[in-house]
Structures are given as structure tokens and as C-alpha cells.
Design a protein around this ligand. Sequence first.
Ligand SMILES: [Zn+2]
Length: 397
Amino acid sequence: MNTQKAIDGEIFLNTLKILKDLIKFPTVSGKPNLELINYCENLLKNSGAVSFKTFNNTKTQANLFATLEGIGPKNEGIVLSGHTDVVPAVASEWTSDPYIARDEDDKIYGRGTCDMKGFIACVLAAAPLFASKKLKSSIHFSFTFDEETGCLGAPLVLADLKKRNLNFSTCIIGEPTNMKIITAHKGYNEYKTHFIGLSGHASNPENGNSAIEYAIEYSNKLMQLKNELKNKKRENNLFSPPYSTLQIGKITGGIGANVIADKCSLEWEVRPINKSDGDFVTKSIDEFSNNILLPKIRNNNPNGNIQKEIIGEVVGFNEEVDSDAVNLLGNLIGDNSKNTMSFGTEAGLFQNSGISTVICGPGSIDQAHTVDEYISYDQLKQCLKMLINLQKRIESI
Ligand SMILES: [Zn+2]
């Protein structure tokens, strides 16, 4: 097969068609995604894949895991993995409807085009190609829900695979990396801390208990931890910046200067370069909160409270040097350069399950989560080239 001819032909047109269909499903994190999952499942079934689904508690969201069986040992398959959820879009800010794909200047615009329905469209379009030949090893498709809000779907798939005694050697996560190899990323922990004080007239502070003042003390402690993280000595660190970061992104509370605030909340995040830094922050801030602040906030008000809500804790992706996945991808794309990044993905979860994992997918992270998100034809074609090379590599002659 002539690879270039294939990329410019039916498989590319099919990718565009599938991508446009996928954009129509408004699969914002936390919202139902079953229609999209059924659409993907049907396409894969048409190529002869066997599949199963795992669901959230209310059965409104599902992960899909599908397999095109190869003739090799069962545990040597390659997983092509993507998340089906997208971040919200404010339609009025977009040039056109974010959920209707706009095809212009060799780019497809729409929510999720680059993060990461473009990759899903490519692998779905490539499925008939994989199915057309006997494969030495199986190809698996893993499409998850709620990655953007803390990787909630992927652990259910991995637990299910374990139950079914299914193991795989390699996983390719198609997050937008401009088709470059990513071999490590930081963890991502996001929290919202709620403070409940006691309201009252500002002229008599003793009768109230300001939730804002406790939020400030808590913030000061976080800033102290931030500096401690920054000053920890690091050897041979790959990341930029080369230390774990912490930041407070939002403070909400109070109604005016002359009223003691009864409520305040802080939204904050940690991007740890290793698990112990994340644990250090959790332990330190929880101890400070429970032992120092909580008794004070309850001093004149038994209903006073501090509650830390975990929005998401995404495990980091530890560096893979010369692993099966990294070497495979280097061969498929003809580029062995390795990079790191500072945003979270499902890679650490697959890695922790013993699967050699690499991140490489079409589109740029610069376009992800933005107004007028897009993916270029060129990036989709590069991804198709990688998949065609993979098919050639594992076809059984
Ligand atoms: Zn993503």
C-alpha cells in the first residue's frame, strides 16, 4: 500500500466525516456521552471489533473498550486511547456554533476537534484498515468519559480489564502533542476549600466570625507550602519549571465591607513532579486546617466549618526512557525526540497498571480548551500516517 496515497484518499475523507459527526455530540464533562459511545461502538463493530462498556453510577456516561483480535499472545495488544469528554464552550464567544464542525482553510473548527476527538476520528477511520489484514497483535480502542474533570472514567476501565484478566503491553494516548512524543508529565491535583463562619454587623466583630479571615490564613499557609516546594532540591529534573507548583486561582466570599462574611471559598491546584510532593501538600494543609484553624472557626459558632473538596487528583506520568511504547512511537513517526509537559492525562493511570505508555496525538495544546478550537488537516494526516505505519508493522504476512 502506498502510504501517501492512502492518507490523501478515502481514509482521510472518512476521518473528516467521523470528526464532524463526533463534534455534534455535546459531550461536555459530567454530561451524558452514551450517544457518542454507541456511535463509536457501531463503527468498530462494522470492522469486526468486540467491545464492552463500563458505566458511571447513574449509567448516563460510559467508557468503551473494543478489540480487533490479533493472532499473537492475548496480552501483547496495543491500546489506542482517547477521552470523549470536552470542556464547556460559550457559544456567543465563538465565530460559529462550537458543536457544528466548520471546515475552513484546511482546518476543522469545533469544541473537541483537537482535544481529542480528532484522534478518536483518526483511529475510527483506521479501524477498517486494521481489520483488513491478519494482525500479529491485537489492537484495542479505549474511549473514556470525564478525563477533563479528574480522569474519572479511566480507572473503571482499568479495574474492569483487571477483572477480565486482560493485560496489554503498550498504550498510545492521543492527546494533542503536535504528533511529538511525550514521555512524562506532572500530576494535577485540584481542590476547592469551603469556609463557613458566622455573619454579623461589621461594627461588632466579636459577634461574628469572618470566613474570609480564615481563608486568608489558609492561603498564607498554602503560599508557604508553595515556597517550600520551589526550594526543594531537585536532581536531573525534566520539567519546566523543574519543581512542583501550587497556585490559588479563585477566591469567592463576602457581600460587602460592612458585613462579616459567613462564607468564603478558595479554588487551588498543585502540579506535583512526584507523588510525595502532592502528599506533602495534602498532609501539611489538612493538619493546619484541622488543628489550628478549625478550633478557631468553631470558637463562637458550633456550625463553623472548613471543608476541602477534591475536584480531581490526576497521577503524574513518570518518565519512560527507551520503553516499548516510546521506541514503537519513535519508529512509527520517524522522530525519536522526547518531550515533557505540565498538563494531566490518563497516561499515569495506564502506566501504573503496568502498561508501557506514551502520549502522542494530533493538534496543539495551544488550541485545546480555547474559543474557536481547531485541528489542521496536516495534523490529522500525520496521525493517519502513524496509524498506517502501525498497521504495516503488525500485519501478519
Ligand atoms: Zn485532553
